[in-house]
Design a protein around this ligand. Structure first.
Ligand code: ATP
Length: 346
């Protein structure tokens, strides 16, 4: 559906997007995750044809966003980070304006406006001035304009920023709903948000794509060594003796020791931490020592995200395996450029 090849964007001699390559397939919800300044907005602005690239190619359903802009843009609905809303207008007036700019007229336009109003649930505010609407409703109006023209792909730049917790939940539910009919790409710097909504995660840091996979695969492939905390009905000496024969143990630490029990931690480099847990269970059972509690701590996506983005970039495989693409960026020097606005999408 979307192919991004070696996309590079420089502002002066600063590289904001650094040879990004990835593919977006139809029918998924993609989360574009990265800390502030990672290059998410820049990438999205280029993907939607609102900003030029220094190097690289983007194709939307086969249409080059730079060379066949009109055809490519027709397939995309975009909500920029700062939606260009006209505050003195009502949602209906604004949607009419955007719909006309997208080339719709008459009954077709009316039908589409009614459809997006229904989809984004803004019926009750559709005739109020946009300036009088809550931030959550304004964001819905922004999403409604992106939906006009029934685009295959919806791109939303930080759609929940600045919303209160209830509005955030509502917008997340709306994104999930949109995912049933459209391919959705949305950016966020909140991991839990991406985790709950999307079925594919792209992690970007310092302009580079450092991970791209399903949340569960990311967790699996990037798991750090498992940690197990155990409470055993044994003395610290007995615990130590029993664990003598435990393979794959990389660290052992007594946390707490009372007369009746010992709390200790074991770290393992075994791929499946459950195998280590099972082994510990049987070792203690053989010595007729009861385990009173066992807690397994696995690395979660939060740990992975922090590790990847803190350590910089480039150390993890992307879905395309970092395969060699023609090095379009190689001979391009960074020229100064300014950020264009996203308004021409409308
Ligand atoms: N017009 C510009 N001129 C110079 N530098 C820019 C311009 N626009 C963006 N940048 C820089 O490029 C980098 C990437 O910015 P971008 O807005 O794409 O990041 P982001 O991941 O969307 O961050 P945020 O979540 O804070 O919006 C940042 O360091 C930013 O300061």
């Amino acid at each position: 559906m979307i192919t991004v090849e070696h996309l590079t964007k420089c502002y002066g001699d600063f590289t904001a997007v650094d040879a990004l390559s990835f593919e977006i397939e139809e029918g998924h919800v993609y989360g574009f995750l990265g800390p502030n300044g990672a290059g998410k907005s820049t990438t999205m602005n280029i993907m939607t044809g609102c900003l030029s690239a220094t190097a690289g190619h983007i194709k939307i359903d086969g249409f080059d966003i730079f060379e066949e802009a009109a055809k490519a843009k027709r397939l995309i609905g975009y909500l920029p980070e700062q939606p260009p809303l006209y505050m003195n207008e009502s949602p209906v007036e604004y949607l009419k304006f955007v719909g006309e700019a997208k080339g719709f007229r008459g009954a077709e336009l009316t039908e589409q406006i009614q459809e997006v109003i229904r989809q984004t649930r803004i019926e009750e505010v559709k005739n109020k001035r946009i300036s009088d609407l809550s931030k959550g409703y304004r964001q819905r109006v922004g999403i409604a304009q992106a939906l006009l023209g029934r685009p295959k792909v919806i791109i939303l730049d930080e759609p929940t920023v600045g919303l209160d917790p209830i509005q955030i939940i509502e917008i997340r539910d709306l994104i999930k709903e949109l995912g049933k009919k459209h391919t959705v790409i949305f950016s966020s710097h909140i991991l839990s948000e991406v985790q709950t909504i999307c079925d594919q995660i792209l992690i970007i840091s310092k302009g580079k794509l450092i991970a791209f996979d399903e949340p569960k695969h990311l967790e699996k492939s990037l798991l750090s060594p498992g940690e197990i905390t155990i409470t055993a009905d044994a003395s610290p000496e007995e615990v130590e003796k029993i664990l003598d024969s435990l393979e794959h143990m990389t660290e052992f630490k007594i946390q707490e020791s009372e007369r009746e029990y010992t709390v200790f931690q074991v770290k393992t480099d075994q791929k499946d931490v459950y195998d280590t847990a099972r082994r510990i269970f049987f070792l203690f059972a053989e010595q007729k020592k009861a385990l009173l509690e066992m807690t397994l701590k696995k690395a979660n996506l939060e740990d992975i995200f922090l590790e990847l983005t803190e350590n910089g970039s480039g150390q993890t495989e992307t879905q395309n395996g970092g395969e060699d693409l023609p090095d379009i960026a190689e001979n391009e020097s960074c020229q100064s450029d300014t950020k264009e606005s996203g308004v021409d999408q409308l």
